[in-house]
Design a protein around this ligand. Structure first.
Ligand code: G3H
Ligand code: 13P
Ligand code: ZN
Length: 326
């Protein structure tokens, strides 16, 4: 990693003000994952064009894919590009699913304005202790911290078979108090990836556990809640992927109306990665199949970027309700 840099030098903001406004405002801040130039361009362009605050987030894997020094300048470039567009939207750079104190510290030192420490797979007291350590370091640099209670099925669940463990509402107050986190990710039935529910013929997606969310809200009123695994797994993309050589049978996600309901409540950050991946893959497959002679990456990645912009605008405007809130 290069020299230390504070997020404010990159024109970024932490999540504190964004969340405060979103909690009272009945909408959620979008947190879109990115790994490369085209995804980042699409995210900030769409958010600038819809006047939406935005959290651009990278996983540990994305950070090593993109390179941490490169990432710092990508974030700086994204902020400057948006300002040149005449937009003043707030942009936070967030570490998604941080798994150690050292990784969180390294992100704070390289310009992140927000970090997640995901101790959800640990015994409760160990999760508290690790999260507390991250909060102490991050807050000393004015960086905000997301913690997690409850385990989502899917990638977080390596040690727990393939089912989720819902957040226990009776733990949230103690966790928030002892750790000092700024926001809390919870488990109410979502999961990561493109195969969120195993449905039999004719079965509908089961509703999220809004009863648990309500219980949590009662215990920590006004506290920012985060929903992971919130892609809808857009079926038009799944069809395109399958039509042009892919194989994604049974891919299904969270219906948009349920996400809208969550965004209107204490959920003030909604994480979306898989839908962006699907949009890119669908358009790249379609473009290459229809233009077999083409070999310029700008052509097929350009088509993917256009689609991603359209998808993100749609999400901000009709699902999260964040459009016009910057
Ligand atoms: O929640 C995880 C995100 O979708 C990032 O996934 O670790 O494959 O980059 P990744
Ligand atoms: P999806 O896989 O549903 O997009 O969830 C992304 C996420 O939670 C990133 O942390
Ligand atoms: Zn996640």
């Amino acid at each position: 990693m290069g020299e230390k840099v504070h997020f404010s030098e990159l024109g970024l903001v932490n999540t504190r003000d964004m969340f405060q406004r979103a909690v009272g405002g009945g909408y959620a801040i979008p947190a879109y994952n990115f790994n490369n130039l085209e995804q980042l361009q699409a995210i900030v362009t769409a958010c600038a064009e819809t006047a939406s605050p935005v959290i651009i987030q990278v996983s540990k894997g994305a950070r090593s894919y993109a390179n941490s020094t490169m990432l710092r300048y990508m974030a700086l470039g994204a902020v400057e590009m948006v300002r040149e567009m005449g937009s003043n939207i707030p942009i936070a750079l967030h570490l998604d699913h941080g798994d150690s104190l050292e990784l969180c510290q390294s992100c704070v030192d390289s310009g992140f304005s927000s970090v997640m420490i995901d101790g959800s797979h640990l015994p409760y007291e160990e999760n508290v202790a690790l999260t507390r350590q991250v909060v102490e370091y991050a807050h000393a640099h004015d960086v905000t911290v997301e913690g997690e209670l409850g385990v989502l099925a899917g990638i977080e669940d390596e040690v727990q078979a393939d089912h989720s463990t819902y957040t226990k509402p009776e733990e949230v107050e103690d966790f928030v108090k002892k750790t000092g986190v700024d926001s809390l990710a919870i488990s109410i039935g979502t999961s990561h990836g493109a195969y969120k529910f195993k449905l039999k013929e004719g079965e509908q997606v089961p509703p999220l556990r809004f009863d648990i969310l309500t219980e949590i809200e009662k215990r920590i009123p006004g506290f920012p809640i985060v929903l992971h695994g919130a892609s809808s797994v857009v079926q038009d993309y799944v069809r395109l992927i399958n039509a042009y050589g892919g194989r994604m049978e049974g891919a299904v996600g969270v219906p948009e109306d349920q996400l809208r309901q969550a965004a209107a409540s204490a959920v003030c950050k909604i994480n979306i990665d898989s839908d962006g991946r699907l949009a890119v893959t669908a358009k790249v497959r379609e473009y290459l199949a229809k233009n077999p002679e083409e070999f310029d990456p700008r052509k097929y990645l350009g088509a993917a970027r256009q689609e991603l912009i359209a998808l993100i605008k749609h999400k901000n405007e009709t699902v999260l309700g964040s459009a016009g809130k910057a």
